[in-house]
Ligand binder design. Structure first.
Ligand SMILES: Cc1cc2nc3c(=O)[nH]c(=O)nc-3n(C[C@H](O)[C@H](O)[C@H](O)COP(=O)(O)OP(=O)(O)OC[C@H]3O[C@@H](n4cnc5c(N)ncnc54)[C@H](O)[C@@H]3O)c2cc1C
Length: 478
């Protein structure tokens, strides 16, 4: 997120002086690292949690899906622009073609998937979606999943052949490498921002050099807190009233991984199912082909883990130390209203390897336990927010918090995440630099970087097709 914002700002304001602080010795090594997330280019092609169902009238709300799909097209346009500029150079492709499928079991889920398909495919941005209930057709898409399956199972599936797998860590590192070469950009690795306080013209940051043990104080007119799980702590330190009432709840992700080439090569898709009733959206199971640094593997998950750390490389004190007077009530209230989440986590954390494996067998009936190993991915810190009616609510999205004068912005939350980073950072720019954003110079530059800027890819089918063609050519996608 920070790398994206820095790159956008440097394109808009070539003279800007930007310092990036990273507490680790490598950028993009937390949530954005390829092994710490699922690498799905979230376009709402297959993620059923973006289209809530109303079983009473059979309608499906596709508002969120349309927005996410458009946002991903915006990300792809920006990445294509940077590639052409030579500012996004990676050793192996950072984005790969991979079919996105949804598969559901049973009659009720079939009705939902069909209604979802009908609603989405009427928009050009989803016009390539295919729906089937035919086992043979599904077997052509995902043969591994259909072997040994009961032919009488009621199965329904949608397929989008233009889905992607993305290495967000590689994108982050490539952007930062390019930024470092630009005048006025400094990257300080092993530097942890520990405090920030307002001054007349911006903010004063206390920064610990974790190698030398020295402390630095740095002044800046504008600060973006894009510290992933570390954001809440810094937002609290800033004491801005807009940040009051926010808390965080960490949930870590685990995946089963298979590297046996005989199996890996028999599956080429990201297949998302439906979260079980009452379980949170991040529990949606998926069987994914991953292309990481030129190597192909197969991942299944996520399974939830629990740790009080807010960052994978964080401290067990992160959660307890984040509790302050302003968020203790929202945290308690959200806890009371989300007993299902607690139950789900307890069940996940206490399950045996065999139980975990049984879940995989729903997707891949002939799976063999010896081919799979459990790996721990990144930490998500779900937002807990003050709420007038309920006291506190748990949110599964992302939220930008901006100080009244626009001199500080912070990003909380983890979904839909990295895929929509360009749109989210575009929102930060609009909110924090409102006058400049409206200037002809910035508008023209934004249009140059993101050709669909200011227009709707949801309403304008021709533009959507044209933009997809162009970005696919540059990004080497089919
Ligand atoms: C299990 C899992 C699966 C996911 N799957 C997907 C997916 O399929 N598709 C998708 O689009 N998104 C996915 N996401 C979400 C996505 O990973 C995140 O939205 C995105 O990576 C967040 O980027 P970020 O820059 O905000 O945070 P990060 O990548 O975590 O970066 C924050 C950086 O700030 C540094 N930092 C923290 N505190 C400080 C400090 N005080 N001083 C200096 N540096 C600091 C950290 O070390 C880190 O490098 C997933 C996340 C998880 C956990």
């Amino acid at each position: 997120m920070s790398a994206t914002l820095a790159m956008l700002l440097k394109q808009l304001m070539p003279d800007a002086q930007i310092t990036i602080f990273e507490r680790l010795d490598r950028v993009g090594a937390e949530s954005s690292d390829a092994w710490n997330n699922a690498g799905t280019g979230h376009s709402a092609f297959c993620e059923l949690n973006y289209t809530p169902y109303n079983p009473i009238d059979g309608s499906v709300d596709i508002t969120k899906a349309l927005k996410i799909s458009e946002s991903f097209e915006i990300s792809k346009q920006f990445w294509a622009y940077l590639m052409e500029q030579g500012n996004l150079v990676t050793q192996s492709p950072f984005i790969n073609d991979i079919d996105h499928l949804s598969i559901v079991w049973g009659e009720e889920n079939r009705d939902f998937l069909k209604a979802r398909y009908q609603a989405l495919s009427s928009f050009p941005i989803f016009e390539d979606m295919v729906y089937t209930e035919d086992h043979q057709r599904i077997a052509q898409w995902v043969p591994l999943m259909m072997q040994g399956r009961n032919p009488n199972e009621i199965l329904s599936s949608t397929q989008m052949a233009i889905g992607t797998d993305v290495n967000f860590g590689a994108i982050t590192r490539a952007m930062v490498t390019a930024l470092e070469k630009m005048d006025g950009v400094e990257l300080l690795l092993g530097h942890e921002v520990s405090d920030l306080s307002p001054i007349d013209n911006g903010w004063l940051l206390d920064v610990d050099d974790l190698h030398s043990g020295n402390e630095k104080t740095i002044a800046s007119e504008f600060v973006f807190i894009g510290a992933g799980g570390g954001t809440l702590k810094l937002l609290e330190k800033s004491d801005i009233p807009e940040g009051e009432g926010y808390g965080g709840f960490p949930v870590s992700g685990q995946f089963l991984i298979c590297n046996n080439p005989e199996i890996v090569n028999r599956h080429e898709a990201k297949v998302y199912g439906k979260a079980a009733q009452g379980s949170p959206p991040m529990s949606v199971p998926h069987l994914d082909t991953r292309m990481l640094d030129g190597e192909r593997s197969l991942l299944f998950g996520p399974y939830a883990g629990f740790s009080t750390k807010f960052l994978k490389n964080g401290s067990y004190l992160d959660l307890p130390l984040s509790i302050e007077m302003h968020n203790v009530w929202p945290l308690l209230a959200a806890g009371v209203h989300n007993i299902n989440l607690t139950k789900y986590l307890v069940k996940q954390v206490t399950q045996s390897p065999e139980e975990r494996f049984e879940f995989l067998q729903i997707f891949y009936p002939e799976a063999n336990i010896s081919d799979w190993n459990l790996i721990t991915a990144g930490q998500r810190v779900q937002i807990i927010k003050k709420d007038i009616k309920e006291g506190g609510v748990l949110k599964f999205g992302t939220e930008i918090i901006v100080s009244k004068d626009g001199s500080l912005a912070a990003l909380l939350g983890a979904s839909p995440g990295a895929s929509t980073s360009v749109s989210i950072m575009g929102d930060v720019i609009n909110q924090c630099f409102p006058e400049m954003s409206k200037s002809t110079q910035w508008q023209n530059k934004l249009k140059e970087m993101i050709p669909s800027y200011g227009e709707s890819l949801i309403e304008n089918g021709d533009l959507c097709r044209q933009v997809r063609d162009t970005t696919s050519n540059i990004l080497n996608l089919n």
